[in-house]
Each structure stands twice: as C-alpha cells, then as structure tokens.
Design a protein around this ligand. Structure first.
Ligand code: SF4
Length: 460
C-alpha cells in the first residue's frame, strides 16, 4: 500500500434514450473510475417497474461476470458505485448503491463524499423510529427522502440537502428518473455527459471517454439534476458565496486524463511541476518521477528546469491487492514489490525526484533508500502538493494528525528523516495558479486547516 491519501468512492449513472445496454456501459464506466475505490462495486438498474441490483466486495471485474451483467440487462436507467471503505470497515452491507423501498416506490443511491452530521441525523431519525441496516451516510439520506416524500421528489431532495452537511456527489435513481446532486460547496467532483441522446453522470470525465460519451459540463455546486423521459431538469439550491472544490483531486485523486471544471488534470499537474521548478530549482543531472502519480509533474519540472527527464523508477504493473495487512515493517517491503530503481539510470547521478505528496513519509523513505542503494549520488526531493498538515473530513481516507509527517516536523526535519539532500514543496499559491483559469474556489483544508464546513466540536 502506497503512502497516499485514499479517495473513498466513485459514482456513475446513465439514462438511456437510445436502446443502449446500460448495465454494460455502467460496468465500463465503473472500470474507468476504479482508482476511486477498490474494495466494493455495485450496479443498480431500473426497468421502469422495479430496481434490481448486483453488488459485492472486490474490484469491478471480481464483482461482475457475464451472468450478473446479463441479469441486469433489462433496465434503461442505471447507477453504479466503487468504494474504498472508511472507518466503518469493508462490511458487505455497506456496499453501494443502497437500494431501498419506500412508500412512493424504490430508490437507489450511490455516494462519493462524507457527511459531517451523519451521526447526529442518524440519532434523530432513530429517536423517531427509523431502523438502519448499514453504517452508510446514504441510508441517512434515503431515510430523510422517504420521510419527506409526500411533498414530491423535488421537495424531498431539497429537504434532504437542507439537512445534511458535508461533501456529497450523488447519483440516484427511482424507477423512472436518474438524479445527480452535488453539495452546495461542490467539494467532490461530478460531471454531466451525453452519449447520443442519453445522459451520463460520473465522478470523472474519464468514464465518459471509455463509453464514447461527450463531456457537457460539471454539475454545479448545490445543483440537482433530474433526468426523466421528458429530458433534463436542473434545480439550483442555495449555495455559499464561494465554492470549495477539493484541490487534492487535481494533485492526486483524479485520473490524469480527466477534465474538471474545464481544466485538464494532466495540464494542471504538468504546470505544478513547472511552478515547482521555478520555486525550488536544483542542480541535478536528471529528473525522475515517482510513478504513476508523480510522473506528470516530474515532466513539467524537467521541461522548466531544462534537465533531462529519465525513467529512474519502474512500477510493477501487475501488483494487485494483497492479503498482507499494511503494518510499518510490511510497508517498507511492499514498496520494493511495487517499485524498482533502474541502476543504469540513477548510478552516480544527482537526481531531482518529484512526487505528488508525502503523507506519513514511509514510502518516500523507502524509495530514497532504494535509490541510494542503487548508487544515486544526490537526491533532491520536490513535492507537487503543499505540506499536508491536517486530515480530511470530506470523504478522503487520511491518517490522524499525529501520523502526518508534515503536521509534526519542520521541512528541515522531514528532509533529514527522509535522508534526502534537499526537500521542497510547491507553495499553496503556486498550486492554486495551476487551476486559476477555472475561476473556482478551492478547499485547502489538509494544507492550511481551514475547512469549508465546520465540524461539530471542530475539525481536528
Ligand atoms: S481537506 Fe484536502 S483532501 Fe479533503 S476536501 Fe479539502 S483539499 Fe480535498
């Protein structure tokens, strides 16, 4: 397991108006956002009368086979979900989409993000008789919708949004509608696309590319999109003055080939490398990237610094999940299974090594040791994110503050602990420059401790 923040989920949805195979397209869509969650996957489809589903723990190709995709083939609306488990563990009952019956019919919900008031709402709902079968935030949302459904679907969705607080990008469905919702701060991504005449909603645009759909735009913060046989309806709910999109999506979570708010993730990562080279130059013979996520910024650094880029680290492409628990000792061995240093490239060289982030520092230390053993003369580490000093409360799996190396040590101390000759991070202003053409505002919580939404008792 690499020492990275982990995204917790990805969502997908499609409303067919062209005779498409929605179950298979959802399967491919989920495949393309597998990087957002590897512990469970699920697809729910509606045939107009009922919602049927298949879900389970494991990667998308482990959960689905030809038989269960065939069984889901009778539908014309589908949503899907991939999940990285949170503190509630990888329990089978927490797999999504959550499919429930209520007095108006059936609904299914797939959620990316985390609510900060889920336990308060759960207590309130239990006090008035609600029974929960999962630990998920989705079930809290489903409960609120079900209890307010007499007002009609639109009003129930607005009521739900007025009561929940936190990060949420949702794909939902009833028997006859596909729904996409993004929280008022717009913390997690959600994009709208079209395939022929059929609308598609997904966490990332790479899911559109894989099925041949075109990106239309991002779902706006606070927007509810309802797609029915009559077309697409957009409802804008109240939003704060400034949005707070997760800046870390650009640093690491999103796939390099995705586009968010009109900005190419690849272009922003490359620009981060260029800015890093201007902010923190180094005398070196080669620039290498830590694959895969550090590679694009490393190319930008090399270009700007006019130092040759070289493949100094090679990733083993066939490493899957392992049964071994990620203890400290195992992590160090683990990195050698995943990465190898190319002796011919690094021996005797002064190296700039670019990575996207340092969380605990364990992986970085192991990579530096490997490069030294392979004969690297100097190692200048450059990081294309600012120092991570705080955990995330909005749907990202992060260690506690005491485990974050950037929260507990100065840059000089980290440099010494990692055993590098120099260490520099991109500045917050520098990183913001890479996305300024979006005109959006960003959450910087894990860098500066200023979160867009205050947690009860304070976000620590
Ligand atoms: S705290 Fe960091 S990881 Fe979490 S939403 Fe904000 S920028 Fe993203």
């Amino acid at each position: 397991m690499l020492d990275k923040f982990k995204d917790e989920c990805g969502v997908f949805g499609i409303y067919d108006r062209d005779g498409l195979d929605v179950s298979l397209l959802t399967y491919f869509g989920l495949y393309s956002i597998q990087h957002r969650g590897q512990e469970s996957a699920g697809i729910a489809v509606s045939n107009g009368d009922e919602i049927i589903y298949h879900k389970g723990t494991g990667l998308v190709p482990e959960v689905f086979d030809e038989d269960n995709i065939d069984r889901l083939r009778q539908g014309s609306i589908a949503i899907g979900h991939v999940r990285h488990s949170t503190s509630d563990g990888n329990l089978p009952q927490n797999t999504q989409p959550l499919v429930t019956k209520y007095k108006k019919g059936n609904m299914a919900i797939a959620h990316n993000g985390a609510l900060i008031n889920a336990s308060t709402l759960r207590d309130e709902l239990e006090n008035v008789g609600a029974i929960f079968q999962t630990n998920t935030d989705s079930e809290v949302m489903a409960n609120i919708i079900a209890r307010t459904s007499d007002k009609g679907l639109e009003e129930a969705l607005k009521t739900m949004m007025s009561r929940i607080k936190g990060a949420y990008a949702l794909t939902m469905m009833t028997e006859d509608s596909l729904i996409g919702i993004r929280d008022p701060h717009g913390i997690r991504p959600l994009a709208l696309g079209i395939l022929d005449d059929s609308y598609v909603i997904a966490s990332e645009t790479c899911a559109f590319d894989v099925i041949g759909a075109e990106y239309i735009r991002d779902v706006r913060p606070g927007e509810i999109i309802i797609i029915t046989k009559d077309g697409l309806k957009s409802i804008q709910t109240p939003v704060p003055l400034e949005s707070s999109f997760c800046l870390f999506e650009f640093v690491y979570f999103a796939r390099t080939d995705s586009v968010i708010d009109g900005i190419s993730v690849q272009a922003s990562r490359r620009e981060a490398g260029r800015i890093l080279a201007r902010e923190s130059p180094a005398d070196a013979d080669i620039v290498i990237g830590v694959p895969d996520s550090g590679t694009t910024a490393a190319l930008g650094y090399a270009e700007e610094a006019n130092i040759p880029y070289a493949e100094g680290l090679i990733k083993n492409r066939y490493v899957g999940r392992t049964f071994i628990k990620p203890t400290q000792a195992i992590r160090e061995q683990d990195i050698r299974i995943k990465l190898n240093a190319l002796r011919r490239i690094v021996r005797g060289k002064r190296i700039v090594m670019v990575d996207d982030s340092i969380v605990r520092g364990t992986t970085s230390r192991a990579i530096v040791d490997m490069l030294r053993l392979t004969g690297a003369r100097e190692i200048h580490m450059r990081i294309s994110s600012p120092i991570i000093k705080y955990p995330c409360h909005f749907g990202i799996d992060t260690p506690d503050r005491q485990a974050l190396i950037g929260a507990n040590f100065s840059e000089e101390e980290i440099c010494e602990q990692l055993g590098v000759d120099s260490l520099n991070y991109i500045s917050i202003d520098g990183l913001l420059k890479t996305v300024e053409s979006s005109g959006a505002s960003f959450c910087l919580g894990c860098f500066n401790g200023k979160y867009p939404i205050e947690c009860k008792g304070g976000c620590k």
